[in-house]
Write a protein that binds this ligand. Structure first.
Ligand code: DMJ
Length: 492
């Protein structure tokens, strides 16, 4: 059983630049005090234009980047025209959606877009977005807030906004939200957070939490602790990880859902890398690298070795992961894989297993061969669709970016471009981009929502692959699970 590190060292930023930016503000770079290996920067050739390994023609990087930026702005203007100040736009009807709680808005899409606008050099749009957040974002609303979503989207978005604009007000808002979320951790007997906390009253609720919801916070809270010089956020996150790791099985596997008061597993299956446990593992690696925390890195490798040993499932030469009972290693559940698990190719690569990373990426590329866009859930035994929606998700592009950055291989650039073209062909509408309600073999039936994460993730990964922007440190830059740049924003 692992102990909580007695008094975790609060890591400090190793580099902090204050530079003028085109947006008329200062810019801070928090390069991590990183120990351990760094991925090599991918080979950069801005004039690249070639056939990929499958013989598909790629545009030049400059042409691809211009197309990607244009599509981001198409979505952005769709949101600003119809839903400005609301959480999310419904691009077909022109309506809007409250993401966190009905009747309450946090301008989620604006917060999600801040650092993307910066990286893409959309400086006028960034000024407008920053002004809205500084003057209108209200963290005091009487809302039972989903702690996980609030941390990755709002705290992370505000921090990334601060790091790319230098706005002290954005950092102050990030701390304000984090302070209101802290009771979820501090009133828990185990240190594993409740799922919800009321932003106004601090009242907590939701005592059975999924792993990703419990442990996707150390990157945002660690950086926040560094920036404001207050270790409470980092300590809360580390307390949760220690409590969860102490409950791993003798096989080094974790369950899926845990009671935060009793500390007992309520769902004993290890469902990695699927939701709702996915980003728990991502943050062990990401927190280790961003914060120079060797304990997190060690836990990442320990748990990943167990997942690989007990859950890999090779079918028709393709790599997948099946669920097992975390205590016995016995197989549970059907051969289903969520699209959200596609992020795991990139994580495996970042963790050093480039062979399995490439293999798992190929598995998802094969699904993309079959369908116009990736369905939410498939049965990997025959590629049939289990959940026919497609929520405009970024995970395949996330892995393409990670693996391109690690290896420079054209196959990842090519995969990203194909994925972009498919999204543009099938999910673009006059008012932006939208989810699909049903994916068929050659067509999709559209829904009516641009999820907030689309502004944070989908086109950011693509832009970083093709643009070679000087505003991002390709060697040391680190993104959160929500695509927020938490280290490596550079003056443009
Ligand atoms: C995003 O909110 C984050 O990437 C999260 O970790 C899970 N996936 C969604 C988008 O699909």
């Amino acid at each position: 059983m692992l102990e909580h590190p007695a008094s975790p060292q609060l890591p400090r930023p190793s580099r902090r630049l204050v530079l003028g930016s085109a947006a008329g503000s200062a810019l801070l770079t928090t390069a991590a005090a990183v120990s351990g290996t760094r991925p090599a920067a991918a080979a950069v050739n801005p004039a690249y234009a070639a056939d990929d390994a499958e013989g598909r023609r790629l545009p030049s990087d400059a042409d691809a980047a211009a197309a990607i930026r244009a599509e981001f702005l198409h979505g952005w203007y769709g949101y600003t025209a119809k839903a400005w100040g609301y959480d999310e736009v419904r691009p077909l009807s022109g309506g809007h959606n409250d993401f966190f709680a009905s009747g309450h808005s946090f301008g989620l899409s604006i917060v999600e877009a801040l650092d993307t606008l910066y990286l893409m050099g959309c400086d006028n749009e960034l000024t407008q977005a920053r002004d809205w957040v500084e003057n209108n974002f209200d963290p005091t609303q009487d809302v039972d807030m989903h702690v996980f979503e609030a941390i990755i989207r709002l705290v992370g978005g505000l921090i990334a906004g601060h790091l790319t604009t230098g706005s002290a007000a954005l950092l102050s808002l990030a701390q304000n939200v984090a302070d209101r979320l802290l009771p979820a951790f501090t009133s828990s007997p185990t240190g594993i957070p409740y799922t919800h906390v009321n932003l106004r009253t601090g009242q907590v609720s939701g005592h059975e939490v999924a792993l990703a919801e419990a442990g996707t916070n150390v990157m945002e809270f660690g950086v926040l602790s560094q920036l404001v010089g207050d270790s409470r956020y980092y300590d809360a996150a580390m307390g949760c990880y220690s409590a969860v790791l102490a409950r791993r099985s003798s096989l080094d596997l974790l369950g899926t859902r845990i009671n935060v008061e009793s500390g007992r597993w309520v769902d004993h299956s290890s469902t990695a890398p699927n939701p709702p446990v996915d980003s728990f593992y991502e943050y062990l690696w990401g927190g280790g690298r961003l914060l120079g925390n060797a304990q997190l890195t060690s836990w990442y490798h320990q748990l990943t070795n167990a997942i690989v040993a007990h859950q890999t499932d090779e079918r028709h030469g393709r790599l997948w992961f099946h669920n097992v009972d975390h205590a016995t290693g016995r197989r549970t559940g059907p051969t289903h894989q969520s699209e959200l698990a596609a992020f795991y190719a990139g994580l495996l690569g970042k963790g050093g297993d480039l062979g399995r990373a490439a293999s798992y990426f190929r598995s998802w590329s094969a699904v993309l061969d079959r369908y116009p866009v990736l369905p939410e859930t498939i049965d990997y035994s025959d590629f049939s669709i289990v959940d026919q929606g497609s929520q405009l998700r970024p995970e395949y592009a996330n892995s393409a970016f990670d693996l391109w950055r690690l290896t420079g291989h054209t196959t990842y650039k090519s995969g990203a471009w194909r994925w972009f073209q498919n999204m543009r062909t099938h999910q673009r509408v006059g008012g932006g981009y939208t989810v699909a309600d049903e994916v068929g073999s050659s067509s999709v039936r559209l829904g009516d929502l641009t999820p907030g994460y689309w502004f944070a993730e989908n086109l950011k990964y693509l832009w970083l692959i093709f643009s070679h922007t000087p505003r991002f440190d390709y060697t040391n830059g680190i993104l959160s699970t929500e695509g927020k740049v938490l280290a490596g924003a550079l003056a443009g």
